[in-house]
Design a protein around this ligand. Structure first.
Ligand code: HEC
Ligand code: HEC
Ligand code: HEC
Ligand code: HEC
Ligand code: HEC
Length: 218
């Protein structure tokens, strides 16, 4: 048999093959890093809003309760976003001519709700429910971070399946008395470990079934 390839081709083939394997590994690693990075999960990125509403001012400084504006949070799946009328309870008297608030005045005049950009969302095939979490003592802060420090709202957690499961496997360390679920920068009392143990029983939290697929995919 005549030799078609020079002896050195062996080396070249090996070089090309290994090069290919290495490139694939690199792409896979970079892909995973990208998926977990803030670029795709959006963690820490503020969304541009029609009005630059500040939780830092309204919650951190004025001390308005979450439920004043997110009134579905204890009773339904969605926390809900405030109607323009809620802003106007104060801003019909305060900052009435501010250019920043022009979209609110237009919204009220035309009875068209403001189009707030969504910051947190899960895909349609995921079932999420606010009232269950809040009533079982999982705080806003635990999933949304220190919103009272946010001049513009940004996502605090990736909201990935892995993230949900991390808590569902072992919820106890994330519980607090449900009436404290709305507080920011909460300081747990000294006997919190005992309180959490009794909360699991009192609120009937059952981690044995919380990781079943049908809980979140129904
Ligand atoms: C005076 C009204 C008001 C109060 C009080 C308020 N919010 Fe909001 N919240 C808004 C408005 C308006 C938006 C939509 C604009 C934005 O994302 O900043 C919003 C958005 C949010 C979002 C993001 C929604 C999304 O698109 O994912 C979270 C999370 C949130 N608020 C949590 C809280 C928590 C927690 C509290 C209490 C500690 C609170 N808010 C108190 C008005 C309010
Ligand atoms: C309970 C009264 C109250 C309600 C309700 C309220 N605001 Fe305000 N808002 C204030 C006060 C007071 C200030 C001035 C804060 C400052 O300058 O320290 C303010 C300031 C603002 C500003 C100017 C920028 C800033 O943050 O200082 C914007 C924009 C604003 N509010 C938007 C809204 C929107 C949108 C809503 C409805 C979702 C709303 N506000 C509901 C009292 C309120
Ligand atoms: C266990 C985690 C968790 C807790 C606790 C939690 N949230 Fe959320 N929140 C989410 C997720 C996940 C979404 C996205 C839901 C979706 O896409 O349907 C969301 C969305 C929101 C939104 C956007 C509008 C909506 O209803 O979807 C607001 C506003 C909000 N949360 C406010 C709050 C407030 C206020 C509290 C505390 C009283 C709170 N959340 C507690 C995880 C949580
Ligand atoms: C920090 C803790 C924590 C996080 C994060 C969390 N959960 Fe939960 N979740 C709980 C607790 C506690 C319960 C109440 C469990 C019980 O009643 O046994 C619960 C209950 C639920 C339920 C109702 C289960 C039932 O019995 O019907 C659903 C649905 C759910 N979670 C979905 C999600 C999804 C989707 C995510 C992520 C986007 C998520 N949860 C993130 C703690 C958490
Ligand atoms: C505690 C809630 C929760 C439970 C329990 C859960 N999932 Fe998910 N799952 C999610 C969330 C949230 C997403 C969306 C993740 C995203 O958007 O990145 C998801 C996404 C998925 C996807 C889409 C691909 C992906 O990874 O994003 C598949 C497939 C899936 N889940 C299968 C399952 C199976 C099978 C089980 C049971 C072994 C299960 N899930 C249990 C919350 C849950």
């Amino acid at each position: 048999m005549p030799q078609i390839f020079a002896r050195s081709a062996n080396g070249i083939t090996r070089f090309v093959l290994w090069g290919g394997v290495c490139t694939m590994l690199l792409v896979a690693t970079a892909g995973t890093a990208l998926l977990r990075s803030s670029f795709l999960t959006g963690v820490g990125e503020a969304a541009a809003q029609p009005v630059p509403f500040s939780h830092k001012h309204h919650v951190g400084q004025l001390g308005i309760d979450c439920r004043y504006c997110h009134n579905g949070v204890e009773t339904s799946n969605s926390a809900g976003l405030p109607a323009t009328e809620i802003c106007m309870t104060c801003h019909s008297q305060l900052y009435t001519n501010a250019a920043m608030l022009a979209p609110i005045r237009t919204s009220l005049a035309r009875s068209q709700p403001l189009h707030w950009q969504r910051v947190n969302s899960v895909p349609d095939f995921v079932y999420f429910n606010h009232s269950i979490h809040v009533n079982k003592g999982v705080a806003c802060e635990t999933c949304h971070g220190a919103v009272d420090d946010m001049p513009l709202m940004a996502r605090a957690e990736p909201l990935s399946m892995e993230w949900c499961l991390g808590c569902h496997r072992d919820p106890e360390p994330n519980l607090r008395p449900p009436q404290d679920a709305f507080l920011m920068h909460w300081n747990p009392p000294e006997d919190i470990a005992k309180i959490r143990q009794s909360l699991v029983k009192l609120l009937d939290v059952h981690p044995e079934t919380m990781t079943d697929c049908y809980v979140c995919h129904r």
